[in-house]
Design a protein around this ligand. Structure first.
Ligand code: HEM
Length: 472
């Protein structure tokens, strides 16, 4: 057997090309400027100009961006073991959520994921349906006054508030109605600061006691103290034997988990970090999905009409429950199409652990890799009329002919969003509860830009007027 393999000879395999195309770059900053503007739009322009693969540089850091579904499959599924979350974005998120299920890799991630997984199984999350509907119903009651008085409603704020309440009641078994604004504001401050840290700051400036850093630390300590109180209250309930097995939620799963070898419980800091992770990962994303859905429905009244028809047929005048899910197919399709055009997680970052070849291009060990839901969800080879809002694309019979990876709002592979079934259940039930009663109209002239921060948020508040449907 010859020891002179193509690798040792340095000869490129026939299908390995030399270098991916790269746009002209600033000598020092590289392509940083493009990313600091509207990064999602920048990615779209790169795809239009250069195709499926682009090579970028951010200061000294080198990165490849991949837009083709085959390449996404390679990175997130086929060769997933070669790509870690040892990247700037996740490093910065650790300032808020520590090292755990969302931000960690390897053994730590496997252990935490295994612990949390049972609480997120598709059938298991159905038990949360009633709580979700109750929270949505409370908002429906509030909107009834807005409808009567012709008040303008900030839909993005209402969806943030609603999903924060839902995540607290379902995952942590506590209603934070009185603390919602304080917790929501603290999360917003933290997320905005993390974005700043990703885009501009250095390790050094993050350590200086500047007003920005102090603001972040204050918000973080608000979050920590609220979460610690929730955890302590639950510990007390367990100690006093007040917690029944039937009630168990995610917080119980974390509290009761024991190390197979040592029998020890989860360390206090790890527990706190995982609770914050669920907050961070589980409420803003779902709120953005819903906010964009209301926005798109208001821009496309014929889709809203079809949604209302389905709700009238399936539900009539009774409120929805989790048991209605299999029949609320158009409601589900509306949410799917909304996440195609406005994916709440608009891009996903990784780092190559070893040399690799992706899409025919050699990728050196240590290289940063970006896949971009925002672009792949509009890839011209896979989507007809990519910019149109057409929920029918997600009809069951049409999904069969899709590439597995042309649509991946929840990620894919072993690191797929653990909350995906929960998020869809929540989205469908909230949309059904509210759209059954109300039609929302954007204020005239509202064209809301997406702002790709960590999630794809609306750049300005989405303001609407609320109208009762046929005297409901
Ligand atoms: C529409 C709503 C949501 C969207 C679009 C979304 C999207 C995503 C995506 C794309 C990832 C993968 C990130 C990566 O590969 O780097 C992810 C991971 C994750 N999500 Fe979600 N998510 C949503 C809702 C939720 C909810 C409701 C929860 C929890 C209650 C949650 C918890 C998590 C966690 C813990 C991870 C890390 C999983 C792991 O690495 O094992 N997400 N999410």
């Amino acid at each position: 057997m010859s020891i002179l393999t193509s690798k040792t000879l340095g000869a490129a395999q026939p299908s390995v090309r030399k270098r991916a195309p790269s746009p002209p770059a600033d000598f020092i900053l590289g392509h940083m400027r493009g990313m600091r503007g509207n990064a999602a739009k920048y990615m779209m322009s790169l795809y239009r100009e250069y195709g499926d693969v682009v090579r970028l540089r951010f200061g000294p850091l080198r990165a490849h961006v991949f837009f083709h579904p085959d390449q996404v499959q390679h990175i997130l599924v086929r060769n997933v073991e070669n790509f870690s979350k040892d990247v700037r974005g996740y490093h910065k998120i650790r300032a808020l959520a520590g090292l755990g299920m969302l931000t960690g890799d390897g053994e730590l991630w496997r252990r935490q994921r295994k612990l949390a997984q049972p609480a997120f199984m598709a059938r298991r999350v159905l038990v949360f349906g009633d709580i979700i509907c109750e929270c949505a119903q409370d908002l429906a009651t509030k909107w009834s006054t807005s409808a009567d008085n012709g008040q303008v409603v900030d839909i993005s704020a209402d969806m943030m508030h609603l999903t924060l309440r839902v995540i607290c009641r379902t995952m942590l078994g506590t209603d934070i109605e009185n603390d919602v604004t304080e917790i929501g504001d603290a999360i917003t401050v933290c997320l905005e600061d993390i974005l700043f840290r990703i885009q501009y700051a250095t390790e050094f400036t993050d350590m200086l006691p500047t007003p920005r850093v102090r603001r972040f630390q204050k918000a973080l300590s608000v979050l920590d103290s609220k979460m610690k109180k929730i955890i302590d209250d639950r510990r007390r309930e367990h100690a006093e034997g007040k917690r029944e097995a039937a009630q168990q939620d995610l917080l119980d799963a974390f509290l009761l988990a024991r190390d197979e070898q040592t029998g020890e419980g989860m360390p206090e800091k790890q527990l706190l970090d995982e609770v914050k992770t669920i907050f961070l990962a589980g409420h803003e994303t779902t709120a953005n999905m819903l906010s964009w859905t209301w926005y798109l429905l208001s821009k496309h009244p014929h889709v809203a009409r079809k949604l209302h028809e389905e709700l009238d047929t399936v539900l009539g005048d009774r409120p929805p429950t989790a048991a209605d899910l299999p029949r609320l197919t158009y409601t589900r399709m509306v949410l799917q199409e909304s996440m195609r055009l406005r994916p709440p997680v608009w891009a996903t970052e990784r780092r190559a652990i070893n040399d690799d070849v992706i899409g025919g291009y050699p990728i050196p060990k240590g290289e940063f890799i970006l896949v971009c839901q925002y672009v792949t969800h509009r890839h011209a080879d896979f989507w007809e009329n990519p910019d149109g809002f057409d929920p029918e694309r997600f009809a069951d019979d049409r999904q069969e002919s899709m590439h597995k990876l042309q649509y991946f709002p929840f990620g894919v592979g072993p690191r797929i969003c653990i909350g995906n079934h929960f998020a869809m259940l929540e989205g469908i039930l909230i949309l059904a509860t509210l759209a059954q009663k109300y039609r929302l109209d954007l204020l005239p002239g509202s064209d809301i830009e997406p702002e790709p921060v960590i999630t794809l948020r609306p750049k300005t508040p989405i303001r609407v007027t609320v109208h009762r449907r046929d005297g409901r």
